[in-house]
Ligand binder design. Structure first.
Ligand code: SF4
Ligand code: SF4
Length: 969
């Protein structure tokens, strides 16, 4: 935990090295000295942790018989402090000599490459102490542990300062590291002294970042050595994975044209923290499978269809085609997977199987063909024949230009992206309820909450750094209520855990609200002044006493009452939710209940209170803000409002923009099947794996007359393409990205694109100009300026004032303020300024289990992987940690089915069948199973239903009926 002076009523004045220094009451001598620019060396201390004062390196002379540890000793009025007397320097020299005496030789320490990284070696240099002169044996003999794919542990170099333990416990809340042994054999231990790679460590690397010696070091990735910082370029940017948007710095080896390692950096949201994906998952950009040249489908490869065995759905053939050898992603012809019990072959596209169906082309030829074919289809079929899927991985500027191209070039609002698949229902409910689709407060505001409900969110896997703030808040006194069918790691950190049955959220929250109202715990003043339709809500929830809610949800009535009391009595309460809420046919109703929960208790518009749908992709908030959705122009201005249409026609110099809403992702797939949408531009989306009911998607993609895919790899979707354009990865371009908190941050170019791959917005512009638009953007900065001019929420933001840490929007004064944390302090964004309460009745899921399909399937993400796996499965570290598709099932279910860990299981639904390894997991409830959707060789969406929420149009990824049985493999 960050050390801050306790609530101070005043200041103290003391003298440090002869200088009068004033410090807040309660500040430590070390803090006061640092503020005054006086350096006191430390080893066990790190400002982010509670001080322990064990290493004695920071001792100072306060005139007492013994030196005082300045990291723990508080300042006092009139205190006379010396920090650098000869006696103190002698003490530090002796201490360093003792510590260095049993350190391993420098050449064994990866951190020795820069003395700034190894603080102990830096002190040895500062005090002129060399290990060799001490004449003691090398190392303590406690050994080296190389079992983690990403972290090397040299116990001999450990000085037992406990920085790693505090980083793991206090910062990340993972509680993995302790101590084991006695006396000289004492060493840091992972769990019960397990090898690190076999422990519950989640490879966040926070301990490595904290370690002041060479005891915990990053292993080189893709053989790029970790060289001195002075020999590397530091590029400050943002993590490309999830909506948390952690700030980081890549250290780039320019000689090798590659990233050597990543470090978290300070930013008001993430505070220097990273998870395994951010810290170790960036090398996908260097994969030999990157597309480097435009490709055109060969004549012989028509009629169109899937090109690889995996994508055709031919599992037996996939086994033969991909073989069973362990290999890396070695480019065209790479073989993957197999070998282990339960591991199905597959993993990455086999370029030897797919590439021969395409021929290389010049950019000119490929772009001309794209423009000609899309124009022809538009001419023949009109606006309804064209659709575009943009990407929430691309920048705001790219999302903005992409939707502008589809809208002004083809006069259709048929443009959407993966927001439809993650939080479309949340956004629909939020717009209806409070007039805004963005979060009402930041995830860091949890520290001010008395109670936080985390619901339908596997946040330790999907938003790991945000979850570290939840865990930290709990240690600070916040009550955490976790509501989810899966007892994810967050359940281990919850005060109350409610394992409700899948698809029963409405009944659960109606039950809680019933009890809140019955106990008189509502905020009547807030309800009267700031909400509408309360009586209707009250009437509906009256039918959900806790006993009835228990019958539906399986959560005991007493627990529902406990939740209601905790929530209703809290002075500040905040709700975080994920796709367990949104990805249901009742997703909008689920979110309506959460809005009502906050509104009837006055928990919006004040610190520590509010509504926070945790956004999935790094730029899904931004892409939505940019209008990459069929019902809204930029800034959620309604597409079917004639005034809005006229405004954008004027702003864009366009005529006849589409006057009606366009089709959503799932509707576009349905339309393509029926011959409606004929031509598609797919920028960075991979619907083959991400959309529900793959068999239907396969037919739809094959039915398109023309498909252009712009991506960094030959994705499963690209197998249906007529033209494939090699795109730039996140690392290879400048742009802005908006995180789940509404923080707009700049991503900076780290590497050059490989081969002929190009920056995405430039490609979009080239197509725009070829279809008759007249665009002349010269930089993403210029696009940003235009974008801000049509997005009132982004008003005042500029590339320059975003700085290194970005800014929250709305922001009236970005030069001096980080932006608005708490929204709706006075009124909501609805037409009357009130929160519109919408009661919801519980409805069962559309496809319930039966004798033939007795299990409920839940799909989602794993910590180590991302979406369709195209990035993470090409990351050495992430693939090494989690190489295998698995179905997670309860131990009793596994026993009944005769399945053990690692066995191969066949999971079937009414739509398809997959085979994958069994993972027996106490985190699942009986009768339920969980399958991550990242694995092409066992694609979860072959099983899922394409039933959608009627309002948000989001698919029901979290519920369908399946059968599980032992496979013969
Ligand atoms: S990598 Fe993270 S989880 Fe693992 S021991 Fe270090 S701090 Fe703990
Ligand atoms: S929490 Fe999200 S943004 Fe942060 S490092 Fe992990 S994946 Fe990246």
């Amino acid at each position: 935990m960050a050390i801050t002076a306790p609530e101070s009523t005043g200041t103290v004045t003391l003298t440090i090295d002869g200088r009068e220094v004033t410090a807040p009451e309660g500040a430590t001598i070390w803090q006061a000295a640092k503020a005054a620019g006086i350096d006191i060396p430390v080893l066990c201390h790190d400002e982010r942790f509670d001080p322990v004062g064990v290493c004695r390196m920071c001792v100072v002379d306060v005139g007492a018989p013994a030196f005082a540890a300045s990291c723990v000793r508080a300042c006092e009025n009139g205190m006379q402090v010396k920090t650098d007397s000869p006696e103190l320097e002698r003490s530090r020299t002796t201490l360093t000599k003792l510590l260095i005496s049993d350190q391993p030789p420098r050449e064994r320490d990866p951190k020795q490459t820069t003395t700034g990284d190894n603080e102990l070696l830096a002190l040895a240099d500062r005090y002129g102490v060399a290990r060799e002169t001490a004449g003691l044996p090398c190392g303590s003999g406690r050994g080296i542990d190389l079992s983690s794919p990403v972290i090397a542990v040299d116990h001999d170099a450990c000085i037992l300062c406990d920085r790693c333990t505090r980083a793991c416990d206090d910062i990340q809340g993972n509680d993995v590291i302790g101590r084991s042994g006695k006396g000289y054999t004492t060493h840091i231990a992972f769990d019960l002294s397990d090898p690190m790679g076999a422990s519950s460590c989640v490879s966040c690397g926070e301990c490595v970042a904290a370690c002041p010696t060479g005891a915990l070091t990053n292993k080189p990735i893709r053989n790029i050595p970790i060289r001195p910082r002075t020999e590397l370029d530091a590029v400050d940017t943002v993590c490309p994975y999830c909506g948390v948007g952690c700030a980081l710095t890549y250290y780039v080896d320019r000689d090798r044209g590659a990233i050597a390692y990543a470090e978290g950096r300070e930013q008001p949201g993430s505070h220097g923290r990273l998870c395994v994906k951010g810290r170790y998952g960036w090398d996908y950009a260097a994969s030999p499978q990157r597309l480097t040249v435009p490709l055109i489908r060969r004549e012989a490869s028509y009629p169109k269809g899937a090109l690889s065995a995996d994508v055709r759905g031919d599992m037996a053939a996939a086994g033969e085609a991909n073989g069973h050898g362990q290999a890396d992603d070695g480019g065209p012809g790479a073989k993957r997977g197999g070998g282990k019990r339960g591991r199905k072959p597959g993993g990455l596209v086999d370029y030897a199987e797919v590439l021969p169906h395409f021929r290389e082309a010049t950019w000119e030829e490929a772009l001309d063909l794209v423009a000609r074919r899309l124009t022809e289809i538009y001419a023949a079929g009109g606006p309804a024949a064209i659709a575009g899927f943009g990407s929430a991985k691309c920048s705001n500027e790219e999302a903005y230009l992409f939707q502008k191209l589809i809208r002004t070039g083809f006069h259709t609002n048929n443009v959407d992206h993966c927001t439809r698949l993650c939080h479309a229902s949340s956004v629909a409910a939020l717009f209806e309820g409070i007039g805004s689709g963005a979060v009402s407060t930041t995830f860091g505001d949890v520290i001010n909450a008395e109670v936080a409900i985390v619901t339908g969110s596997n946040s330790t896997a999907n938003h790991p750094v945000a979850s570290s703030f939840f865990k930290q808040a709990r240690r600070n006194g916040t009550t955490i209520i976790y509501v989810d069918p899966r007892a994810d790691r967050m359940a281990d950190h919850a005060d109350i855990y409610c394992q409700l049955k899948p698809g029963t959220d409405v009944a659960f929250y109606n039950g809680v609200m019933h009890e809140v109202i019955r106990l008189g715990l509502t905020d009547d003043d807030f309800i009267a002044r700031r909400t509408s339709n309360y009586e209707a809500l009250k009437q509906t929830v009256a039918d959900y006493p806790p006993e009835r809610a228990e019958q539906i949800t399986g959560v005991p009535a007493d627990v529902i009452r406990r939740v209601a009391r905790a929530w209703g009595r809290a002075k500040s309460g905040i709700i975080f939710w994920g796709m367990g809420i949104s990805q249901h046919t009742t997703g909008t109703d689920n979110a309506r209940c959460l809005i009502a929960m906050c509104s009837i208790t006055g928990n919006v518009g004040k610190p520590g209170a509010g509504l926070h749908p945790l956004r999935g992709q790094n730029n899904v908030q931004g892409a939505s803000d940019m209008g990459l959705i069929p019902m809204f122009y930029p800034d959620y201005q309604k597409a079917d409002d004639p005034g809005v249409k006229a405004r954008f026609e004027q702003a864009w110099g366009s005529t006849d923009l589409d006057p009606k809403r366009g089709l959503t992702v799932t509707e576009i797939i349905g339309s393509a099947l029926k011959g409606g949408v004929r031509g598609m531009y797919m920028l960075g989306e991979n619907p083959f794996l991400s959309d529900p009911n793959i068999n239907k998607v396969r037919k739809a993609l094959a039915a398109l007359e023309f498909l252009v895919v712009q991506d960094i790899f030959l994705t499963e979707t690209a197998e249906f393409a007529d033209v494939v354009l090699p795109a730039s990865s996140y690392m290879e371009k400048d742009g802005t990205y908006t995180n789940t908190d509404r923080r707009v941050q700049r991503g900076r170019k780290v590497l050059d694109p490989p081969g002929q791959a190009r920056v995405d917005w430039e490609v979009v512009q080239d197509i725009a100009n070829r279809i008759g638009l007249d665009w002349h953007y010269t930089s993403s900065r210029q696009v940003f300026e235009e974008m801000v001019s049509v997005i009132p929420s982004y008003k005042n933001l500029t590339y320059d004032n975003l700085g290194l840490t970005g800014k929250l929007y709305p922001n009236p004064d970005p030069e001096h303020s980080d932006g608005t944390v708490v929204m709706f302090t006075e009124k909501f964004n609805t037409n009357d300024g009130l929160a519109h309460l919408v009661p919801a009745e519980w409805l069962p899921a559309r496809e319930l289990p039966n004798a033939e399909y007795p299990f409920v399937l839940n799909t989602g993400r794993m910590l180590e992987h991302w979406h369709t796996g195209s990035m993470t499965r090409r990351s050495y570290a992430l693939d090494a940690i989690a190489p295998t598709a698995q179905v997670f099932i309860h131990p009793d279910d596994a026993a009944e089915l005769g399945l053990e860990d690692g066995d191969l299981a066949r999971v079937s639904s009414r739509r398809g069948v997959i085979e994958l390894a069994v993972k027996v997991s106490h985190r699942e409830a009986r009768g339920n199973c969980f399958v991550p959707f990242h694995f092409r060789e066992a694609a979860a969406n072959l099983l899922t239903t394409d039933e959608i929420d009627p309002v948000g149009k989001i698919p029901e990824y979290k519920f369908c009926a399946v059968r599980i049985e032992k496979a013969d493999g």
